[in-house]
Design a protein around this ligand. Structure first.
Ligand code: FAD
Length: 316
């Protein structure tokens, strides 16, 4: 079932969460171990992130260096199929532009359709670590909006590779939104215009980047509505759970931590203390969002579901 239909049918705020494929060599059981504790909260869909290749340089004969591509977290599509099979819950694979030509994208979407997957979160992906700016694949997409267009063309039966009309797909498409602005955007206004373009070209709903200040989410939703974006905007939350997060999250996700939260975090000496602050903050954020009637709260579990479980048990 489509995410958008889950939202339409819902009488209350829905619960959903996002997982990362395990590192190479780990079994599917590590995924189940993260999902099992959250199933009692009846998620309507579970997102599975996609991680593109990274490059490492390996030393070869005579001191020559060879650039070798590695995938640390493969398996997004297989994990989605396994989740749907085991839990009978909709899985939402993330699909990115980086590393994909249009042909690769088309083949990936055909695989998803075969597996009965109805939803896709369409993203551009970040630049790879060795490149300063995002570089599309040859015959690939520069921006998520182009990927959304390709998916919507397939939904009309227009495939890229065959110049003929084929059986239409029927994907529900999500897109990313940034309450604190995407880090490359010149300003909030242009970022919002590009977000509107994604919706105008076929994004059915938006999931936000994680944030810790609900005021920023509410302001973002208002700005979206003011420029005519009418689709559901699902807030994304991630509980802070260790001392490293205090500097990592602002740096990696280009977000601010509110003063009240940072003051509490700076008093913490151990990971357990940080975890407790993170859970309490997550509960307070979630309660306020739920009271405001948001369509769904989407939790980024990354690889650890225990904090999300504690938050969800207070709300769902
Ligand atoms: P876009 O919408 O293409 O925007 C990228 C930048 O270009 C923005 O600054 C925007 O303002 C600008 N822009 C957009 N359209 C145009 C245009 N037509 N002309 C000029 N400028 C334009 N990354 C992964 O690799 N794997 C994942 O699984 C993953 N999951 C994510 C899930 C969520 C909910 C979110 C919020 C992010 C996720 N990301 C993931 C990270 C995401 O790929 C990065 O934030 C990436 O840098 C931007 O992706 P986007 O889809 O928002 O890009």
């Amino acid at each position: 079932m489509k995410v958008i239909d889950h939202i339409k049918e819902a009488k209350d705020t829905l619960f959903s969460f996002e997982i990362l494929p395990p590192l190479k060599g780990k079994s599917i059981q590590s995924i189940y171990n993260g999902i099992d504790p959250l199933m009692e909260f009846k998620p309507k869909f579970i997102n599975v992130t996609y991680h593109r290749e990274e490059y490492v340089y390996k030393e070869r004969d005579k001191g020559l260096l060879e650039k070798v591509s590695i995938r640390k977290r493969p398996g997004t599509v297989g994990i989605c199929a396994a989740i749907m099979n085991k839990y009978h819950v909709d899985a939402v694979p993330h699909l990115i532009c980086g590393g994909f030509s249009k042909e690769d994208t088309e083949n990936a979407l055909i695989d998803l359709q075969f597996l009965g997957i109805d939803n896709v979160l369409a993203l551009r992906g970040d630049p790879i670590k060795t490149e300063a700016t995002f570089k599309p694949e040859v015959n690939g997409h520069n921006y998520a909006v182009e990927l959304i267009e390709q998916i919507q063309n397939m939904n009309k039966g227009q495939y890229t590779l065959d110049d003929i009309h084929l059986e239409p797909t029927d994907f529900c498409v999500g897109a990313a939104g940034y309450p604190e602005k995407h880090f490359e955007a010149m300003n909030m206004a242009t970022d919002l215009q590009y977000l509107k373009q994604k919706v105008d070209r076929g994004a059915d709903y938006i999931v936000t980047q994680l944030f810790y200040d609900n005021a920023k989410y509410f302001d973002f939703v208002k700005k979206c509505r003011d420029i005519g974006i009418t689709v559901p905007i699902i807030p994304g939350l991630k509980p802070i759970s260790n001392l490293r997060h205090i500097s990592f999250l602002p740096k990696f996700f280009h977000i601010d931590l509110p003063m009240e939260l940072s003051t509490e975090l700076l008093k913490c000496k151990t990971n357990d203390e940080v975890k407790q602050v993170g859970i309490e903050w997550g509960i307070q954020q979630s309660k306020e969002l739920k009271a405001a009637g948001v369509p769904c709260i989407h939790y980024y579990t990354m690889t650890n579901s225990s904090e999300v479980r504690k938050i969800a048990s207070e709300l769902f």
